[in-house]
Each structure stands twice: as structure tokens, then as C-alpha cells.
Design a protein around this ligand. Structure first.
Ligand code: SF4
Ligand code: SF4
Ligand code: FES
Length: 314
């Protein structure tokens, strides 16, 4: 006889958010409860297909009885919680997070909702002064913990530095990196289990790095590009997109996106083919597909050149 295991129904939890009672399944986060209520809540380090790491703190909310603001992306809803998402304390905290990031990094290519949050929270990165000159290549990578030299206060320190373009697949522009850890999680045990990149350094000198800061071809990287897929700021970008942006030919209004199945093996990953001028220029993967969950391997993400070659030869 076959044993049948029925999943126990999840208990429901009532919380009060901005004065309204919200009922969510036990184990749901406050972010999920807010979104169920239609409350727009900014997030930077959170993504549905990754384990929350709680590093950006832009999603904070105020919970009555809690001394500090709590990150909604990871804090579970508890019965009777009273939550405020739009208090002055919450708004000021979110604004400061976005402002510090915008004053030290280039958010010009960040996702449209990030740009919108910066407008809505009144972010003014220039109030910390004009940005300091960029860092020479390798300077931030060589910074040693505990040896950070404070600036003179006349200019705002930045992470600006030359782009790392050391392979044919993708480019690392850490002037745009907000240290959200998403790439580290995707390269690590949330998806790829390769652990080619991690956070090195401390404080303002913290940065994403390969082991011993070797080039990407010299590292453990297998070019799955899952780090690119989760990066919210354009710090990691396919070389094809980077080249087109540099040459002024990147035109999103002229692009179409077609969802299809990867032809390379039987796993059945979903691919989104970004096409411009009848050429595939980038491949992404939808987060909500239960086979690939937004992740791919090197063949699915970068192995599209053969299509162009055959078309050219035909
Ligand atoms: S391409 Fe894949 S293996 Fe390489 S750093 Fe990114 S996530 Fe890690
Ligand atoms: S490179 Fe992108 S994904 Fe990685 S920490 Fe920086 S901003 Fe986040
Ligand atoms: S999104 Fe919650 S801490 Fe970053």
C-alpha cells in the first residue's frame, strides 16, 4: 500500500499594518504581508529566488515594542504585531540608505523602481558634497582591513573605479556596486554552488572580489552568469550589452523579448531572448519559472552566438 502524506494546512496570522488588519500564512514575512496589502516597500538585497541576507536595510518598518527598525524582507509576521510602514522614522531611514548608496556609487543604470524610490524619498546625494575623484585601478581591491584613511570632508568618497573587462562573457563595473550580496548568494549556495566571488575588506573598503582578486578567467567562475541575473544596478553586465551601451547602439525601445526553452539539454530551462536588429543581444531567465528559477548555465546564458552565425551564413 502506498503511504500518502498530506501537508498540514498553514495556520493564519493576523498583523496590523498601517492600521489595517492583514491575515497571512504562518511563516510569511512582513514584506509579504505589506505586498499582500498593496503597500509599496523598497528592497535592494531581497529577491524571491534568493535567501534574504538583510544587508541593505532599505525595507525597514517600525514594529511597536521593538527598539530598532526591523527588516521586513526577513522578519516573520507574528500574531498581534502592530507595524508602521510610513512613519517619519521609516521614511528617514530609507532615504538615508538610498542617499548613502547614491552618493558613493553610480545608480544611473539601477532598476526603474530604484530610481522611483529615490525620487519618492527625496534622495539628494549631492548634499554630502561633490563626489571625489575615481579610485585608480586596483586601489580598492588592495585595501587592507583597518587601514582606511578618512577623507578631508570636502568631497564625498566614492567607489568609482575602472571597469573590469577581462573575459568575453561579462563585465564587472564595481563603480555601480551597492554591495547587496545578491551575486555572492547566486554564485554560492542559493544557485550555482561555485563560490567564485565573495565580499572582501571591511567598512567602506568592502567590495566584491574573486579569491585573491585574481581575474575572472583565473578564478573558479564557470560563467553561468547567475550573478548578472540578480544584480540590481548594472554592475554586472553581459559583454554584449556593455559593448552596445559603450558604442551608443543599445536601444531598449527597439528590443523584443521572446520566451523559449533552452535547446542545449533536457532540463528545460526557460530563456528570455532579448533581440535588437534581428540579433540576440542578451539572454535572461524568468524568476517565476519553477525549473530555472531565474538561473541558467553558461550554455543557456551565453551560448547564443551560433544562431547569429548560421543566420549570417544562410
Ligand atoms: S558567472 Fe556564475 S560562477 Fe561566475 S561569478 Fe557569476 S555566479 Fe559565480
Ligand atoms: S555586483 Fe551587483 S549583485 Fe553583486 S553586490 Fe554589487 S550590486 Fe549586488
Ligand atoms: S531588502 Fe530587506 S534588508 Fe535589503
Amino acid at each position: 500500500m502506498t503511504a500518502v502524506f498530506l501537508e498540514a494546512p498553514r495556520r493564519l496570522v493576523d498583523v496590523t499594518i498601517d492600521g489595517a488588519t492583514v491575515r497571512v500564512p504562518e511563516g510569511a514575512t512582513l514584506l509579504e504581508a505589506c505586498r499582500a496589502q498593496g503597500i509599496d516597500t523598497p528592497t535592494l538585497c531581497y529577491l524571491e529566488n534568493l535567501t534574504p541576507v538583510n544587508v541593505c536595510r532599505v525595507c525597514v518598518v517600525e514594529v511597536e515594542g521593538s527598539r530598532t527598525l526591523v527588516p521586513s524582507c526577513s522578519r516573520k509576521a507574528e500574531p498581534g504585531m502592530v507595524v508602521h510602514t510610513a512613519s517619519e522614522r521609516v521614511s528617514t531611514s530609507r532615504k538615508m540608505v538610498l542617499e548613502f548608496l547614491a552618493s558613493t556609487t553610480d545608480l544611473g543604470l539601477a532598476a526603474p523602481e530604484v530610481q522611483r524610490w529615490m525620487r519618492e524619498y527625496g534622495v539628494d546625494p549631492l548634499r554630502y558634497g561633490p563626489p571625489a575623484a575615481g579610485n585608480p585601478a586596483g586601489e580598492r581591491d588592495a585595501a587592507r582591513p583597518g587601514e582606511h584613511h578618512a577623507g578631508d570632508g570636502a568631497v564625498a568618497a566614492t567607489a568609482r573605479q575602472p571597469v573590469k573587462y577581462d573575459n568575453d562573457a561579462y563585465v564587472r563595473d564595481y563603480s555601480r556596486c551597492i554591495l547587496c550580496y545578491k551575486c555572492v548568494e547566486a554564485c554560492g549556495d542559493d544557485a550555482q554552488n561555485t563560490f567564485a566571488i565573495a565580499v572582501a575588506g571591511r567598512g567602506f573598503d568592502a567590495r566584491i572580489s574573486t579569491e585573491y582578486d585574481v581575474t575572472l578567467p583565473g578564478s573558479a567562475c564557470v560563467y553561468c552568469g547567475n550573478c548578472i541575473g540578480v544584480c540590481p544596478t548594472g554592475a554586472l553586465m553581459p559583454a554584449s550589452e556593455f559593448d552596445m551601451r559603450r558604442d551608443g547602439t543599445w536601444d531598449e525601445s527597439a528590443q523584443t523579448v521572446t520566451t523559449t526553452i533552452c535547446p542545449y539539454c533536457g532540463v528545460g530551462c526557460n530563456l528570455e531572448l532579448h533581440v535588437q536588429d534581428n540579433r540576440i543581444i542578451k539572454v535572461t531567465s524568468p524568476l517565476d519559472h519553477d525549473v530555472s528559477n531565474g538561473h541558467l548555465c553558461v550554455k543557456g546564458r551565453f551560448g547564443f552566438e551560433f544562431v547569429q552565425r548560421r543566420a549570417a551564413e544562410a
